[in-house]
Write a protein that binds this ligand. Structure first.
Ligand code: AMP
Ligand code: ZN
Length: 465
């Protein structure tokens, strides 16, 4: 049974989906006005892993993550560069999709704000009809005094919330915490027609409209970074529950920040590193691993050293898999049923891995189990037991796959040129022709192949950067 820490109740709760074996999941996506930084990568990687684990357990997960393609930051950039806002959004959506692929994020439904305008206008109209919203001079506000328990997600009273957050002062608001659902057109901004004149929707309405359109009135999991708890998610709850009269979300999940010198990594503080910058410097796999090596709710302090150690740690898993592949290629393994308890031991590691993941997706603990498993495999490869080696390989790949780590191991079938050269070198060595053997080794090295002589024969690897 999975336990999830629910921000709404501030407790770990047993997870029960609305519909058996199905999960409806929504994750707030980025505002597309620039390249994504590794802070943005955290919710991507964390919630993709939550999804993968749920799927591993047999759930069918319907996963939606939006792109906010209309926002002040996009408009400002477009105006500065003398471009249309849509050009900016289009460019950075394409770039975000490249980052997603590199981080091995599973494909998903990515609605965009500008494509749910009708749904947003319907929602706002409905809120006005139900007297939860009011219009003044082309601006529509949500009346927070009418919402049931406004502030319940952030768990603070309204005065504290207002003083701790930059709430725009506006003399037309009935209450200081009221928020804008529709803003009137200003020159230099894109505009859409609505019952309240030309203008554009506020950000908080976008996710409500998308959740309703693609997933339904009540969903299982809604997630994002912890900066979204207030006001964004609080305001989503207020609008959706006012509109539908139903509970909006059963489990709210929020990831902690990636910090730099204990400050949140963000564009505005200019203390960010882009996903591609770090991916190229260390590897995208190492970035994914680094994010998962800490529990998703804890803050992470970014440093080059941590990325470097993530890379080294990954090498240990890869080496284990390469050792396995080498033994399999050499056909040096024997079937031996009497050692089936080794396979049972593999299952024990799988069980431990699941126990960690069931405990609020403790990926840090799960990774620890993978390393213990790797150690166990390495020790027992000596036994040369075919069933065990095959089973251990399958299980190790399975667990790594749940974390979205699918290794780019050396190709299974040897390139014929490489194979010929290795054979020629083996022959040269047999003939004690060390000069030729070294020449071939150097030639292979130039081709990106590293050789290792072992008692079982010559092993080779692709040179790692
Ligand atoms: P934004 O485009 O700023 O709305 O961010 C997109 C997603 O990235 C949201 O879920 C944010 O909470 C999350 N996010 C932004 N910066 C960080 C950070 N430094 N650490 C963790 N998550 C972040
Ligand atoms: Zn959202």
């Amino acid at each position: 049974m999975i336990k999830i820490y629910n921000t709404l109740t501030r407790k770990k709760e047993s997870f029960e989906s609305i519909e058996k074996n199905k999960v409806l999941m929504y994750v707030c996506g980025p505002t597309v006005y620039d390249y994504l930084h590794i802070g943005n990568a955290r919710p991507y990687v964390v919630f993709d892993t939550v999804r993968r684990y749920l799927e591993y357990l047999g759930y069918e997960v319907k996963y939606v993550q939006n792109f906010t393609d209309i926002d002040d930051k996009i408009i400002n950039r477009a105006n500065n560069e003398n471009k249309n806002y849509a050009e900016i959004a289009e460019k950075f959506i394409a770039e975000a999709l490249k980052d997603e692929k590199n981080l091995n994020i599973k494909e998903t439904l990515h609605p965009r704000a500008t494509l749910v305008l009708d749904e947003m206008i319907d929602l706002i109209s409905g809120l006005i009809e139900k007297d939860f919203a009011y219009e003044i001079d082309g601006t529509v506000y949500f009346d927070t005094s009418k919402a049931k328990n406004y502030g319940k997600l952030a768990n603070k009273n309204i005065e504290d919330l207002i003083s701790g957050n930059r709430i725009v002062e506006d003399k037309n608001k009935k209450n200081p915490s009221d928020f804008v659902l529709w803003k009137p057109y200003k020159p230099g901004e894109p505009k859409w027609n609505s019952p309240w004149g030309f203008g554009r929707p506020g950000w908080h309405t976008e996710c409500c409209a998308m959740v309703k359109k693609y997933l339904g009135d009540t969903i299982d999991i809604h997630a994002g970074g912890e900066d979204l708890i207030f006001p964004h998610h609080e305001n989503e709850i207020a609008q959706s529950e006012a509109y539908t009269g139903k509970k909006f979300v059963n489990y709210w999940m929020h990831n902690g920040f990636i910090n730099v010198n204990s400050e949140k990594m963000s564009k505005s503080k200019n203390n960010f590193f882009t996903i591609r910058e770090i991916g190229k410097k260390f590897s995208y796999e190492a970035l994914r691993f680094f994010i998962l090596s800490v529990h998703y709710r804890s803050p992470i302090n970014f440093s080059d050293e941590q990325l470097e150690s993530a890379k080294v740690a990954l090498e240990r898993i890869k080496t284990c898999l390469e050792n396995i592949n080498f033994l399999l290629e050499k056909n040096s393994l024997k079937s031996n049923d009497s050692e089936s308890d080794l396979c049972d031991k593999c299952d024990d590691y799988v069980k431990l891995f699941k126990e960690n993941m069931n405990d609020d997706f403790n990926t840090a603990g799960a990774i620890g189990v993978i390393f213990d498993f790797v150690k166990f495999i390495n020790i027992n490869l000596e036994n040369k037991n075919l069933e065990f080696v095959l089973y251990a390989k399958k299980k190790l790949l399975e667990l790594c796959g749940v974390l979205g780590l699918e290794f780019d191991l050396r190709k299974n079938d040897l390139d014929s040129e490489i194979k010929d050269l290795i054979d020629q070198r083996d022959l040269a060595k047999k003939n004690k022709d060390w000069i030729s053997a070294d020449r071939i080794r150097n030639k292979l090295f130039d081709m990106g192949i590293v050789l290792e002589d072992t008692k079982n024969g010559t092993r080779w690897f692709y040179k790692r950067k």
